[in-house]
Ligand binder design. Structure first.
Ligand SMILES: C[S@@+](CC[C@H](N)C(=O)[O-])C[C@H]1O[C@@H](n2cnc3c(N)ncnc32)[C@H](O)[C@@H]1O
Length: 206
């Protein structure tokens, strides 16, 4: 479906992979929060954080994958005492996230590539707004499962437009290989003012 919102139309038309994503977000970082939260009614970060918060153990260490300006990390910090690390491909987005003061570390990383993070590092992984048109594909779920400790919760959104592009199959593959257990996949609001919904996926690393 073509987005009515001109910013989303530009964002969702990306075809240039990680490099184009980086460029686009370097520019969008300045107005990203106003555009998404106020104009689009972006509720993905709050919903995903609420869900992950209910699943974390005490003293949890969490990875916010594709943390952007830190919306999900901030929502999580309001609800838990978790220590949060963030990674993103855009330096400008990361510099906005740093201003939130809720992250232990923030680093540049391309989620379409192997991550320079040890296996079994995190008690939880949150990834919001990243599995969407022109951004990161389902293959990245393997790395998120790898860096999560066995038993850790992975909570991520998949935009309604891209769900059919291999997410169910990738989750089935990872489950069949004993890497994850799929707990729940819920149809949830996403950009409320634009009418977009997402699949909110709740998975346990094995
Ligand atoms: C819609 S924003 C979501 C940011 C934040 N999680 C939120 O919910 O506000 C998508 C984010 O994914 C990041 N991104 C896009 N492609 C990426 C990649 N290949 N590796 C890491 N981050 C990427 C962008 O820089 C941007 O910050």
């Amino acid at each position: 479906m073509d987005a009515a919102n001109p910013i989303l139309r530009r964002i969702y038309s990306m075809k240039g992979g990680a490099d184009e994503c980086r460029e686009v977000y370097e520019t969008w970082a300045a107005t990203y929060e106003r555009d998404t939260l106020e104009d689009m009614g972006y509720v993905g970060p709050a919903i995903a954080a609420e869900t992950l918060a209910s699943l974390l153990p005490e003293n949890a260490v969490v990875l916010d994958a594709g943390c952007g300006t830190g919306l999900a990390g901030s929502e999580l910090a309001r609800r838990t005492e978790a220590v949060i690390d963030g990674v993103d491909i855009s330096r400008e987005m990361l510099s906005k996230a740093a201003q939130k003061g809720v992250y232990r570390t923030l680093g540049e990383a391309d989620l379409t590539q192997p991550l320079a993070i040890d296996a079994d590092s995190y008690d939880g992984v949150i990834c919001v707004g990243v599995f969407t048109n022109g951004h990161v594909g389902p293959k990245a779920l393997g790395e998120m499962a790898r860096v999560a400790k066995p038993g850790a919760a992975l909570v991520f959104t998949v935009h309604q437009d891209v769900w059919a592009s291999g997410y169910a199959e990738q989750l089935e593959r990872l489950a069949a290989n004993g890497r994850i257990r799929v707990h729940r996949i819920i149809d949830a609001p996403y950009h409320e003012k634009e009418g977009y919904r997402c699949r909110l996926c709740i998975v346990e690393a094995a």
